[in-house]
Design a protein around this ligand. Structure first.
Ligand code: SF4
Ligand code: FES
Length: 376
């Protein structure tokens, strides 16, 4: 049973963050500011056990992610086990380390789908945003390899102030590369992205224009390209149901083995996360303190508690509530009914109007900036 008093189903999908190592330095990386070290990463045997536990729990899809999952030498072994257990296998990658031999080995192991991130369509700007010279060209080549190998391809495009003008070109690029799906996600501001918010946040009118561009493209490309669009919360009137609701549909495992309801949950203090090193995935899903804390609706304060959307958006995003109000149990300030909403909107409008965006704080594996180095 869960906090709603109804039987708890299995999560739909597992995000397996194999490592925080990554050659890129995207300033909106969804990894936590304090990155897990190599020596703390789960070993192959533990991942194999966890994959079996995921299948036994009833999980249908596994997304191998990071950091950059291609840095793990055991990736094909893990994909092979997941495929043999009947899980749909997806690789989420920057693709700059992908070559034909590696791709062939992963496909042979059972890989079905690849998601490749693009930072922009203009090569020099893409490489600048990623903090990686020559990366854009490698991604183009990798995407073509994926299609030539007969695997399904999704393009991930994180949009923000410094690439939003190229949105139509991004849609054209996804078509040209033969992707079946394009995920257009405006930056969500926690972790690294919060540290870089002043350099990333777009103007409200540009977001409005982007919504219209996506709507027209969806109509025009029906049956050829599926376009998912995540708009920035700050300009919304109601929040998104982050992760489909806390601990309802998705489960993340961090490189060190901590099991999380979402990729950013480690930024919430006073939550106790269990590790697959000590408990089974099924046990953690059913009864971990961190999962139970915001599952369902019983934890909600007003205005969520008496709102008729409480089982639609589940009060929005806990990590955003934490980042913006200091209280993970507060109504997400993206909601116009939150007492913090007006302040959030004013701040978004002021920051996005700045003539010059601030310099990026890049996410670097070897050098995590100290608090003092991050912009206020
Ligand atoms: Fe969602 Fe809470 Fe806002 Fe209602 S008050 S729309 S439940 S965030
Ligand atoms: Fe953690 Fe939204 S990212 S709940």
């Amino acid at each position: 049973m869960n906090a709603l008093g109804t039987p708890l189903g299995p999560p739909l999908a597992l995000l397996a963050e194999l490592t925080h190592r990554c050659p890129l330095g995207c300033p909106y990386c969804s990894n936590p500011l304090a990155l897990d070290r190599v020596r703390d990463e789960l070993d192959t045997a533990t991942w194999l056990r966890v994959i079996d536990e995921a299948a036994a729990l009833g999980i249908l899809q596994i997304h191998f992610s990071g950091g950059e999952p291609l840095v793990r030498r055991d990736l094909a072994t893990l994909i092979g086990r997941a495929s043999a257990a009947g899980l749909y296998t997806n690789l989420i990658t920057s693709a700059v380390l992908l070559d034909e031999a590696r791709l062939a080995a992963l496909a042979e192991a059972g890989l079905e789908h690849v998601q490749i991130s693009f930072q922009d369509t203009e090569p020099a700007n893409a490489d600048r945003i990623a903090g990686y010279d020559g990366g854009h060209g490698k991604k183009l080549a990798a995407a073509r390899m994926v299609r030539a190998a007969g695997l399904a391809l999704t393009i991930n495009a994180v949009m923000h102030r410094q690439n939003l003008a190229h949105l139509p070109d991004m849609i054209a690029l996804a078509l040209d590369l033969g992707a079946g799906r394009l995920e257009i996600a405006h930056v969500q501001y926690y972790g690294w992205a919060l540290a870089n918010r002043q350099s990333l946040i777009p103007r409200r009118e540009d977001v409005r224009a982007a919504v219209a561009i996506v709507a027209a493209a969806r109509e025009r490309l029906k049956g050829r390209l599926v376009i998912d669009h995540v708009v920035p919360d700050y300009y919304a009137r109601r929040p998104k149901a982050c992760m489909g609701g806390w601990a309802r549909q998705f489960v993340n495992i961090a490189p060190s083995g901590l099991v999380l309801p979402c990729h950013a949950a480690q930024g919430i203090p006073n939550l106790r996360f269990d590790s697959v090193k000590e408990r089974s995935l099924g046990d953690i899903w059913a009864a971990s303190d961190a999962f139970e804390r915001f599952r369902g609706t019983a934890w909600m304060p007003e205005p969520c508690r008496s709102c008729d959307r409480r089982e639609i958006d589940f009060g929005g995003c806990r990590c955003q509530a934490m980042a913006l109000t200091g209280d993970a149990g507060a109504t997400d300030p993206a909601c116009a009914l939150s007492p913090h909403h007006a302040q959030l909107l004013a701040m978004a409008e002021a920051e996005s109007a700045a003539a010059e965006p601030a310099a990026f704080v890049y996410r670097r594996y070897a050098k995590t900036p100290r608090e003092a180095e991050l912009p206020a």
